[in-house]
Design a protein around this ligand. Structure first.
Ligand SMILES: [Fe+2]
Length: 214
């Protein structure tokens, strides 16, 4: 076979500037939690609560730790997921999906989980950041989200993960280890997350309303 050099795309992989990836959309925070206690708390809550499928989203599950005060409906179905924008087809045209969420109202920690380590985590986080919904999110094995953007940055605390779990923001991918560390990710840019492993990925994910990326 002869190659038609005209048809070869020059990826310019040897240009040093192009090899430097910018990870500034993944910001590791200075706070640290106890990963054993996080995993224990997770095991406690899954004994008493089932994951909400966000209104029928495949390979996805959410358990909300906060709600609108006195309103258990505020964390069910679509509200376990919330509004996002995606580019679903070849036109590349952006469309919005799901329902608007009034994040600021989600300031009641759900009583059922008050005796778990998540309450301590919530108290520390909410003293430092202005939080919206705080959820435990499940990403099932060998699954992905859509290519989408969210209204605000998200704080992540990985609880159970594996090396095949990556979040991709724009064209940069990062694995966040489950070691008690806390990350804020720039979900206002197009992103995705996939779990290429064979076990569930579990993250605590909070909407952060007062975090600015440059
Ligand atoms: Fe997202």
């Amino acid at each position: 076979m002869t190659l038609d050099k005209e048809k070869i795309v020059n990826l310019n992989l040897h240009n040093e500037k192009d090899r430097i990836l910018d990870f500034s959309d993944f910001q590791k925070q200075t706070i640290q939690f106890d990963i054993d206690k996080l995993q224990d708390a997770y095991n406690q809550i899954i004994k008493i609560k089932k994951f909400d499928d966000g209104g029928g989203v495949t390979n996805f599950g959410a358990i909300s730790l906060t709600q609108i005060p006195g309103d258990p409906e505020s964390i069910k179905g679509s509200k376990a997921r919330g509004v996002y924008w995606t580019k679903p087809d070849k036109s590349g045209k952006e469309v919005s999906r799901d329902v608007d969420i009034d994040e600021e109202k989600y300031n009641e920690f759900i009583r059922d989980y008050e005796n778990t380590y998540f309450k301590e985590v919530y108290d520390v986080l909410s003293a430092k950041y202005k939080l919206g919904r705080v959820r435990i999110l499940l990403k099932e094995p060998r699954s992905t989200l859509s290519w989408h953007r969210d209204p605000e940055p998200r704080l992540h605390i990985p609880i159970i993960t594996n090396p095949g779990c990556l979040m991709v923001i724009d064209n940069v991918a990062m694995h966040m280890p489950a070691d008690g560390s806390v990350w804020v990710t720039n979900n206002t840019k197009y992103h995705n997350a996939f779990n290429g492993g064979e076990e569930n990925r579990i993250h605590l994910v909070a909407c952060v309303l007062d975090y600015k990326f440059n």
